[in-house]
Design a protein around this ligand. Structure first.
Ligand SMILES: Cc1ncc(COP(=O)(O)O)c(C=O)c1O
Ligand SMILES: N[C@@H](CCOP(=O)(O)O)C(=O)O
Length: 462
């Protein structure tokens, strides 16, 4: 499998090199040059199979011969053995033709574990084989950070630097990161928002001199391996609800768009998907773009669903690349315009997107009402991100006959603010985290400046 950049001007890479990097050298994101496609029979045969088996079959074409089958199967088995549910990602029924895909049974209670448990093991495998060290830099609005730390901290080959926006993640989220006191883990609170943190990470890929030749690796969804591992649960959930014999639809709480882009990729690989619904919080750029062709930045708001407090959505670029018929020049021009001023999509790509995507956004007041209402109607206590999905699924679904699968992206115990505002006492953390609020924390606070962060990384890495 070869990988190309969405901006068309970076060298093609194989899987191993794509895994061990981040942004492409032209500022774009790597995507497969051609996508594998599953036949009807291949999809049908995955129904009822264990999650690890589906994961192997879905991901094998992306990794190709870079890793032998037995080793790859072993890494997959180990990754998903860390999940607390036998099904790894179970589905529960919410109502007629509406299902919740619970992606929060991993070690840090959010969907990020699905990809980052595997990514950490893959990185360790390849770096050990090469006898190389790497520096990870990641930006988090709350969930990627702890999942990346949990997935990578046991590797002797990695130093991990995670940037989170100061005082803009929940207390549980912050503590899940800052109470890991390993020698190779460094948490940095940035005096800014998630977009600032993500810009610093991307800026570091663009200029890596501060690392003196040590490899810089991404754990955010700019890394293709994150997307690859997330494709699996779309296939798993769909085939267990009757695909490919019937279509399904998905609603996805969205921001940096890696999650939904993985679902879109699954559909490009042959999974019959009737509709994708994009759910956003008040940071609604994805909804505005789709609904009113308003692809413009607005001030980033702090909401009750903090993990989705993002304006510059990395993976939307991958979707634009497909919508613009994989024309890297047009994608580069559009994104350059977006950085400077409001942008609009051309008619044909927008029409293509509207044929398969719908969207809705939900304010903080709406999130509180939906958490209450969903509990009253279904008995499920939704986290505030999943609440945006529950709302959007009901508001924007194309029909009532296609099964709708709403992705539950995090456990409510991570977001006490919203849960308490909705009138509940809170949600209990699992026993392994019962003393989280008493544990010692360590983190640095830095200005949102590339040079300050790079100097910190250069000073602290091993
Ligand atoms: C709990 C939760 N829900 C939804 C999202 C949005 O997912 P994505 O960025 O893949 O669109 C995130 C973070 O990205 C998250 O942590
Ligand atoms: N919501 C994310 C933001 C980063 O997204 P990623 O999928 O690109 O890692 C978070 O919780 O950190």
């Amino acid at each position: 499998m070869r990988y190309i950049s969405t901006r068309g001007a970076a060298p093609e890479l194989d899987f191993e090199d794509v895994l061990l990097t981040g942004l492409a050298s032209d500022g774009g994101l790597y995507v497969p040059k051609t996508l594998p496609r599953f036949s009807h029979d291949e999809l049908a045969d995955m129904a009822g199979k264990p999650y690890s088996e589906v994961a192997f079959r879905v991901m094998k074409p992306f990794v190709g011969d870079s890793i032998d089958d037995a080793t790859f199967r072993g890494l997959i088995e180990d990754s998903y053995a860390t999940f607390k549910h036998d099904a790894v990602v179970p589905s529960v029924q919410l109502g007629p033709n509406h299902y919740l895909l619970e992606l929060f049974h991993g070690p840090t209670l959010a969907f990020k574990d699905v990809a980052l448990q595997l990514l950490g093991r893959l990185l360790d495998h390849f770096l050990t084989r090469r006898n190389e060290k790497g520096v990870i830099m990641g930006a988090t609005s709350g969930d990627t950070g702890s999942a990346a730390i949990e997935g990578c901290r046991h590797s002797d080959h990695l130093d991990i630097f995670i940037l989170h926006p100061y005082q803009r993640v929940s207390e549980v989220q912050r503590r899940q990161m800052t109470t890991v006191l390993s020698d190779n883990v460094f948490n940095v609170a940035i005096e800014g928002n998630f977009d600032d943190a993500q810009a610093i990470v991307k800026g570091s890929f663009a200029d890596q001199q501060f690392l003196n030749g040590t490899r810089l690796i991404a754990v955010n969804s700019i890394n293709w391996a994150r997307i690859m591992a997330q494709i699996v649960y779309y296939v798993y959930a769909a085939v267990n609800l009757g695909a490919p014999h019937r279509e399904v639809s998905f609603t996805v709480p969205s921001a940096n768009f890696g999650n939904l882009y993985a679902g879109f990729t699954a559909s490009q690989m042959g999974l019959p998907v009737r509709q994708f619904v994009i759910a956003t919080n008040a940071n609604d750029i994805l909804h505005r773009t789709l609904a009113s062709n308003d692809f413009s930045k607005k001030e980033l708001l702090a909401t009750l669903a903090p993990s989705m407090d993002i304006v510059v959505s990395s993976n939307f670029e991958r979707l634009l690349f497909d919508a613009y018929d994989r024309d890297g020049d047009q994608v580069r021009a559009l994104l350059e315009q977006f950085q400077q001023e409001p942008a609009v999509l051309a008619e044909a790509p927008l029409a293509r997107l509207r044929a398969q995507f719908a969207s809705a956004s939900l304010s903080d007041d709406g999130i509180i009402e939906v958490i209450k209402d969903a509990f009253a109607r279904t008995g499920e206590l939704l986290d505030p991100h999943t609440a945006t999905g529950f709302y959007a699924a009901e508001k924007a679904r194309a029909d009532q006959t296609t099964p709708m699968i709403t992705l539950a992206t995090a456990h409510p115990a991570k977001f006490e603010d919203a849960i308490v505002k909705a009138g509940f006492d809170g949600a209990a953390l699992p026993p392994s985290m019962a003393d989280l609020l008493e544990r010692e924390e360590q983190y640095a606070v830095l200005p949102a400046e590339l040079s300050a962060v790079q100097a910190y990384v250069a000073e602290h890495r091993h």
